[in-house]
Ligand binder design. Structure first.
Ligand code: F6P
Length: 384
């Protein structure tokens, strides 16, 4: 096993609260615990293409990073060096630039890399481990909380806190004007942010990708609330939610991105669908990148520090191709290969869903059936 003297660190994919806290933890632990040198690489793997864009990080360079949002190293969610995409004269060109990255890692004298990113980044990292023999330990990040093998990803707690505060603030307009407000959250194909922020913010209807909805069931839930004198309704809709038998709402296609689909538009669409079917006025509120901005919560800062320290420990132990995780509040590592191509989605039968339903929240999946005596009854869930 090669003794590690110098490591690199890079942040990849969309920004996420806590990236700087991990950079700080990795740098401090590497210097204080092991006497290593740390190099920060700019703009994800792009910083290892052409002339390397990197600089040595010392203790002073990470001062104040624990609570600073974003990433001081910069990031991109476009650059897979094995399939590097560029638009040249309006056309998409794909090239394999991975050898350039390897040469730059050697040129900088890096004995290992800490790669902070989401599932797409972990897949790229694993290609460098398996095909090029680069020692890498990954730190999973995403506000979406959709990475398997870990109970939480850092950034999620902060995103939920931001979305919850937004819903709290919207409650006053909803109730003052007797309106229906549809709040659209991020989360890609996972409903974690909408579910937890919706629950914490007291949303009346929550729509998530894992439970397809029916507009009629949403109208029924709103009417039912009116019958009990509730004249306003807050709907918290995940950007990835879709109607039964329908498709997800796509806002844009980013051609030169490895994952080109950007979801969005459900809130506007649902408002249009509801108007005319319900008495109250509807408004759409898209929280967007606000959910990824600003300072991480205390809980995320703690998680980032624990994950960052373990990433350095793992590299020093000689691990490669692993990712740091938290399970049952214990920090550990798992092979990156274990998460390949998988997403951690909300289980529609889980206790959090049952608890949410038990507090009279609708997932827009209720349905009506006619009983033998002609009575109509509404049920939760989707018809078999
Ligand atoms: O994966 C994080 C995330 O914020 C998703 O929730 C969202 O769908 C996507 O990134 C947005 O990406 P972009 O910043 O490229 O618009």
């Amino acid at each position: 096993m090669k003794t590690i003297k110098r490591i690199g660190i890079l942040t990849c994919g969309g920004d996420c609260p806590g990236l700087n806290s991990v950079i700080r933890a990795v740098t401090k632990c590497a210097i204080v615990e092991y006497g290593l040198e740390v190099f920060g690489i700019y703009d994800s793997f792009d910083g290892l293409l052409g002339i390397p864009k990197a600089r040595r990080l010392k203790m002073d360079d990470v001062k104040g990073l624990l609570f600073r949002g974003g990433t001081v190293l910069g990031s991109t969610n476009k650059g897979d060096p094995f399939e590097y995409r560029r638009i040249v004269c309006g056309k998409l060109v794909v090239e394999d630039l991975s050898d350039e990255v390897v040469q730059n890692i050697e040129h900088l004298g890096l004995d290992g890399l800490v790669v902070i990113g989401g599932d797409g980044t972990m897949a790229i990292a694993n290609k460098f481990v398996e095909r090029k023999g680069i020692p890498i330990v990954g730190v999973p990040k995403t506000i979406d909380n959709d990475i398997p093998e870990t109970d939480r990803t850092f950034g999620f707690d902060t995103a939920v806190a931001i979305a919850t505060e937004a819903i709290d603030r919207l409650q006053t307009t909803a109730s003052s004007h007797h309106r229906i407000l549809v709040v659209e959250t991020m989360g890609r194909n996972a409903g974690w942010i909408a579910l937890e922020a919706g629950l914490a913010g007291g949303a009346d209807i929550i729509l998530i990708p894992e439970i397809p909805f029916r507009v009629e069931a949403i109208v029924e839930a709103i009417d039912e609330r009116e019958r009990y004198g509730r004249r306003s309704t807050i709907i918290c809709a995940a950007e990835g939610a879709r109607p039964v038998g329908g498709k997800q709402f796509v806002e844009r296609i980013v051609k030169d991105s490895a994952e080109p689909v950007r979801l969005g538009g459900i809130a506007r669409w649902l408002c249009n669908e509801l108007e005319g079917k319900v008495r109250a006025e509807c408004r759409a509120i898209v929280l967007g990148h606000i959910q990824r901005g600003g300072t991480p919560t205390a809980s995320d800062r703690v998680l980032c520090t624990r994950l960052g320290v373990e990433a350095v420990n793992a590299l020093v132990r000689g691990e490669t191709g692993t990712m740091v995780v938290v399970r049952n509040n214990e920090i550990g590592t798992v092979p990156i290969a274990k998460i390949a191509g998988k997403q951690r989605l909300v289980d529609p039968e889980s206790d959090i869903i049952r608890a949410t339903r038990a507090t009279a929240v609708s997932f827009g999946d209720g349905f009506e059936t006619c009983q033998a005596d002609g009575r109509k009854e509404t049920f939760a869930g989707t018809p078999a």
